[in-house]
Design a protein. Structure first.
Length: 254
């Protein structure tokens, strides 16, 4: 049976006893249908470059990049990726994620570094995009002023949802997936943006996941250690899997 392999390239956490760097940001490699999709680019170019090399992932082996939203910890590593690539790369992102201003905290949107002019091909996400037989990108979902797209994989057990930060809200995203695929996600991978002292949000999300029977949870990035531990109060110690840089999981495809 065909499988999808999902590997964390860049995250705040990294596998112990490896030379992988753990730092703020997200990058996840999805291998399905004979294609490789990089979801997010992390924050620091040299950290992304280092982790890709440590995991023996050649930038030229990537077929496309999906950037979920305009926050720098999801696109800031672009220069590190392009440094090791010869051919242009297709980048899918919400229209509002492009062309940000440079500030003291870094750029506020994706831009092509001058030294790599012509090496990115821009694709604005406005509706559902099918990247391959089983891999889809959601249209930008908005709530509270945040615009974010998500990666969804059609598997034998139901939709698998990969989230960058889930700024629009978990229920909003799950309803969008159900409207497209006819059922709620059965697995959730990535970040939920649960800040410190947001126990009520962690409790709300944990109960929601329990109610919709989403049992395979691999959380990282902005979910935070505090958020994950709080959600485990409702879902149990083994109800949530840590998912750090260097870790991989596989699912059967339809």
């Amino acid at each position: 049976m065909e499988k999808v392999k999902i590997t964390v390239v860049y995250d705040e956490g990294a596998l112990p006893n490896t030379n992988l760097i753990g730092a703020i940001g997200m990058s996840i490699l999805v291998e399905a249908d004979g294609r490789r999709t990089l979801f997010g680019l992390g924050h620091r170019p040299r950290y992304l470059e280092h982790n890709l090399s440590s995991l023996d992932i050649e930038p030229d082996s990537i077929d496309q990049i999906v950037v979920s939203h305009r926050h720098i910890d999801h696109f800031g590593g672009l220069a590190g990726f392009l440094k090791g690539r010869e051919k242009p790369i297709d980048i899918y992102a919400p229209a509002g994620a492009w062309g940000g201003k440079k500030t003291v905290f870094g750029p506020t949107g994706i831009f092509e570094p001058e030294e790599f002019t012509g090496k990115t091909v821009r694709h604005d996400i406005t509706d559902w995009v099918q990247l391959s037989d089983h891999v889809f990108v959601s249209p930008p979902l908005t709530d509270n002023g945040s615009e974010e797209s998500f990666l969804v994989i059609s598997s034998s057990s139901g939709p698998l949802l990969i989230s960058g930060c889930c700024h629009p809200g978990l229920d909003h995203v799950f309803e969008a997936v159900k409207a497209k695929f006819g059922r709620y996600p059965t697995a959730l991978i990535g970040g939920l943006h649960i800040l410190k002292k947001q126990d009520k949000l962690a409790d709300l999300y944990a109960q929601y996941l329990k109610d919709v029977d989403c049992r395979r949870l691999y959380l990282n990035h902005c979910t935070g250690v505090n958020g994950i531990n709080r959600m485990r109060v409702t879902l149990g110690l083994k109800g949530i899997n840590d998912f750090y840089a260097g870790q991989s999981i596989e699912f059967n495809l339809v």
